[in-house]
Ligand binder design. Structure first.
Ligand code: NAP
Length: 196
């Protein structure tokens, strides 16, 4: 099955819900180190505040099994967690507000319906494969840039041939950049929202 066909099936009947991505990315396009940990050098309070405030407004948070936004309000948020550990969709036994979802077995729309999520913004928060899966569907992507390098790290989007920056990948998927904002000028942290 082609990637385009798979995306069409996964996102069948998603309706009018808005899909927005959030990532803080190093100069060399990474979200985590080679071991899958997020180094302190890429964490930033202004970015965290922006993320947590945005997630408070979101109807659902979506991420892979190794990612989560954390923080005091995380347990209250509805979430969809991607994993191969279930065939399609199943409640997460460790989190009452969470649904485990395998895109190979069920559409995203079904996962949302099972969670009782019928409208509002869906926040995609990573990691690499999850950010890549939603590239055809983002209404907006909030790309924070941190002036650090993470050599050999995990990229924000799955690698392309030839190699492309996160900005080039977003543009190739039909998104356009808004103004770049200095959200922590002293630390050199910028935030650009890309809209479709
Ligand atoms: N800088 C940032 O903005 C940012 C954002 C997100 C994450 N991170 C960091 O990145 C690191 C983890 O990222 P990651 O990419 O390794 O992990 P991840 O996406 O959180 O988790 C990967 C796991 O998710 C599941 N998964 C992903 N895609 C799937 C698919 N298409 N179908 C079924 N299951 C799927 C698989 O779980 P199973 O093994 O259960 O099948 C896979 O092992 C963490 O350190 C996290 O904090 C940073």
């Amino acid at each position: 099955m082609t990637k385009r066909r798979r995306a069409a099936i996964v996102f069948a009947m998603i309706g009018t819900q808005r899909i927005e991505g959030y990532a803080i990315v190093s100069d060399d396009g990474m979200i985590a180190d080679s071991g899958g940990a997020m180094p302190a050098s890429i964490r930033n309070d202004a970015d965290q505040k922006f993320l947590q405030t945005s997630l408070d407004r979101a109807a659902v948070v979506v991420h892979g099994r190794h990612s989560s936004e954390g923080g005091p309000r995380a347990a209250a948020r509805k979430r969809v967690i991607l994993t191969h550990r279930v065939a399609a969709i199943a409640p997460d036994p460790s989190q009452p507000n969470a649904m485990l979802w395998n895109p190979a077995g069920a559409t995203f729309e079904r996962a949302l319906a099972t969670l009782g999520a019928t409208g509002g913004t869906i926040a995609i928060i990573g990691g690499t494969e999850v950010f890549g899966l939603f590239l055809p569907r983002y209404d907006a992507f909030h790309l924070t840039r941190a002036p650090v390098a993470i050599p050999g790290g995990r990229p924000v989007f799955p690698p392309t041939v030839p190699p492309a920056t996160p900005e080039q990948i977003l543009a190739a998927h039909g998104l356009r950049p808004g103004p770049r904002r200095d959200i922590d000028a002293a630390a050199g942290i910028t935030l650009t929202t890309w809209d479709r």
